[in-house]
Design a protein around this ligand. Structure first.
Ligand code: ATP
Length: 335
């Protein structure tokens, strides 16, 4: 089967075509989804929902057309990001997906964007039942599978991790996205104390970000603040990931989300996993940041499980939580 995936929860207007044989699933390296993406780049400040939606409306027809033109034949289904994400962007993508599915007379598949971040890692690693750390722009949480659902084991009590970093970089006047600039500046920084807030398997970034802005305003070199931000935030994420592995008894950790592109975060998670004999997998950068490949991959698995959506029930949901999704595609599967 061949599935078109469409992603458009925030900055990435993205489409992908994925070939999937549920009886003999090929490894991702041998059979990667063909992805086309047109990224929204704010001229100043962070992601503005209206501008992001304008970009989505302009870019999405072209990226869809280009991946369909390059595909080997007609698609058997249209999968799209139903949420979570920015409402104005999601509505454009939902409309495009419904119109295409109706026009092509193929089923529609509604994908939870956060579960897609997890499943692309699980598929790539061939993991059975990992804990997943989703470290993305607008979210930060740990997921574990139990009794037919991905349960939220722990999560941010305020902002997403990438958004927290981006707020600091906006404060110092750097353009969006801030994460890669913090990673670069941190290479020549020294450690200064910042608040570390973990409560069980939940965590908080807001006090930490205020302290980072204050430290910068008081004259601490920006490199030192960037280094300390990374060390503190990633130590928090590593601590809660270890707790989740320990409490669930899982021995596989998979990383998802755009902040997962950061080499220091991957290093800390890999060290923690090696210390406790767990396996760690982080997908390639192209599958970590928002991308339609992950929507097409999970969409194909959902289609194979018969998990399709009537157009009349396909409303998008900006607050779509992963634990709302009944996991239909894992029964008796080969990952
Ligand atoms: P979500 O998936 O929750 O909807 P999102 O749409 O913002 O989030 P992602 O592509 O998952 O998108 O993540 C984007 C975030 O990743 C931005 O906040 C960006 O600053 C951050 N980021 C990108 N590269 C790096 C890096 N090297 N280090 C740290 N953060 C990074």
């Amino acid at each position: 089967m061949r599935v078109l995936g469409i992603e458009g929860t925030a900055w990435a207007a993205s489409a992908a075509v994925f070939e999937y044989d549920p009886d003999d699933p090929a490894p991702l390296d041998a059979n990667p989804p063909a992805i086309g993406t047109d990224a929204y780049q704010p001229e100043s400040g962070g992601i503005h929902p209206r501008e992001a939606a304008e970009h989505m409306g302009e870019a999405i027809p072209t990226v869809i057309e280009s991946v369909l033109d390059a595909a080997d034949g007609p698609v058997n289904a249209v999968a799209f990001s139903r949420g979570p994400g920015l409402g104005p962007c999601l509505r454009i993508v939902g409309t495009a997906a419904r119109a295409l599915a109706e026009t092509l007379d193929v089923p529609l598949v509604g994908v939870n964007h956060m579960i897609a971040h997890l499943e692309i890692g699980r598929y790539g690693a061939g993991f059975d039942s990992p804990v997943c750390l989703n470290a993305s722009g607008a979210n930060a949480h740990l997921l574990g599978y139990h009794d037919g659902r991905y349960r939220v084991l722990g999560e941010t009590m305020d902002t997403g991790v990438g958004n927290a970093i981006d707020k600091f970089t906006r404060h110092v006047g750097w353009t969006h996205p801030g994460g890669p600039k913090v990673e670069e500046a941190a290479k020549s920084g020294d450690y200064v104390d910042l608040p570390y807030v973990v409560k069980g398997m939940d965590f908080s970034f807001s006090g930490l970000m205020s302290a980072a802005k204050d430290a910068y305003d008081e004259g601490t070199p920006v490199e030192d603040v960037c280094f300390s931000l990374q060390e503190t935030i990633f130590a928090m994420l590593t601590e809660v990931s270890e707790r989740a592995l320990s409490l669930t008894g899982a021995d596989e950790l998979v990383l998802g989300g755009g902040v997962g592109q950061n080499a220091r975060l991957r290093e800390m998670l890999a060290t923690m996993c090696a210390d406790r004999g767990a396996r760690f997998y982080a997908p390639d950068a192209r599958y970590l940041r928002d991308n339609a490949g992950m929507i097409a991959v999970l969409g194909a698995k959902m289609l194979a499980a018969g998990d399709t959506l009537a157009v009349g029930e396909s409303a998008v949901d900006p607050n779509f939580r992963p634990d709302e999704v009944a996991v239909t595609w894992r029964a008796g599967e080969t990952p």
